[in-house]
Ligand binder design. Structure first.
Ligand SMILES: *Cc1c(COP(=O)(O)O)cnc(C)c1O
Length: 350
């Protein structure tokens, strides 16, 4: 039985074309005098996002950590939405490495989303020498644990303007910014507009084995290159993995297929009696009552999902086909009885 792995879009394996590109990559020593393929990838992604320069990092967590290290001084307060990846999934590096004091904001703009008014309200800095300093807003687009919800270009702009008007810098965790662009129809440049830094993942829906790119001004990227070296994230013949990143960018046009598969999965589950909402991108959240039981029943049917809070997360990606989604629905059909007793309707996760 083929295992249908819906846990994450990170489970995708490098395609034969990607492996071929890696094998034939032009390489140099990126620490001594730049690797030519690494240089090409960083320039290409920066240009796509409308920023001056880019920095490759081995992971998205490192890209976010480096950005926060560059933006924050010890004791600075920063804002981020509830269940943001930087808050819950990065082992406290915003505090441990960047010295920031996190402030979690509830989702006043809908699942995973903040409002400009809320940013303005929380950004207040009196300027008094004895007052706490709030210096940074962290956005996440799409919002992973809210179920892949996205900001439109207009919403993004309004948030950035609210932050700027109150003297805040903005870092955008855009691990799946590609998906936000595919779903909203907005250009990547418009979704990365006005921020001081933005990170994007090459290792998720785009299928590279590793790598993220952090973009920003030339000055910021120069500074972050040094921070990456401090963290041990600088590599030598990085062109081998940068070539995979460049090949991954070819997969951008097919992200809409992932979104269609996620919607089809939701539709099929509804037909089986499960109460799930339509996913905005490639992430489907299914609230469950008994996670261990639901996981066991699914595992026996060769279906993998990831427990996230009080829900199971199903993610569609390039190593799954529309036929696999139909197959998953067929496999779940005989399991409706045991599954329905463990699953429940949508409800806010915070
Ligand atoms: C996956 C992800 C990251 C980075 O994860 P890595 O596994 O370190 O590449 C950062 N932010 C969000 C929202 C993510 O989904």
């Amino acid at each position: 039985m083929r295992i249908l792995d819906f846990r994450s879009d990170t489970v995708t394996k490098p395609s034969p074309e990607m492996r071929a590109a890696m094998a034939s990559a032009d390489v140099g020593d990126d620490i001594l005098d730049r690797d030519p393929t690494m240089d090409r990838l960083e320039r290409r992604v920066a240009e796509m996002l409308g920023h001056e320069a880019g920095l490759w990092t081995p992971s998205g967590c490192m890209a976010n950590a480096i950005a926060l290290m560059a933006h924050l001084q010890r004791g600075d307060r920063f804002l981020a939405p509830a269940l943001a990846h930087v808050m819950g999934q990065e082992l406290g590096t915003p505090a441990w490495l960047a010295g920031g004091l996190p402030e979690v904001l509830p989702w006043e703009g809908g699942p995973g989303k903040l409002t400009p008014h809320q940013v303005a309200r929380n950004a207040a800095n009196s300027g008094a020498y004895y007052a706490l300093r709030t210096t940074l807003l962290c956005l996440e687009n799409t919002h992973n644990f809210a179920g892949g919800t996205f900001y439109s270009a207009l919403e993004h702009r309004a948030l950035v303007e609210a932050a700027r008007n109150h003297g805040l810098k903005v870092h955008l965790d855009g691990a799946r910014l590609w998906n936000a662009s595919a779903a909203s129809g907005a250009a990547l440049q418009d979704l990365a507009w006005g921020v001081d830094s933005v990170s994007v993942c090459l290792s998720k829906g785009l299928g590279a084995p590793m790598g993220s790119v952090l973009c920003g001004s030339r000055g910021l990227i120069e500074q972050t290159r040094r921070l990456r070296k401090m963290l041990g994230g600088a590599v030598r013949q990085g062109g081998v993995v940068a070539a995979a990143g460049l090949a991954a960018l070819d997969h951008l046009p097919r992200l809409a297929e992932d979104h269609a598969m996620a919607r089809r999965l939701a539709e099929g589950l509804r037909a089986l009696g499960f109460n799930v909402a339509d996913p905005p991108t490639n992430i489907l959240m299914v609230p469950v009552l008994d996670i261990p039981l639901a996981l066991r029943v699914l595992e026996d049917a060769g279906i993998r999902a990831l427990p996230v809070g009080s829900a199971l997360r199903f993610l569609t990606h390039r190593d799954l086909t529309p036929a696999d989604v139909e197959d998953a629905l067929l496999r779940m059909k005989p399991l409706v009885e045991p599954l329905l007793t463990t699953w429940e309707g949508p409800r806010p996760m915070v």
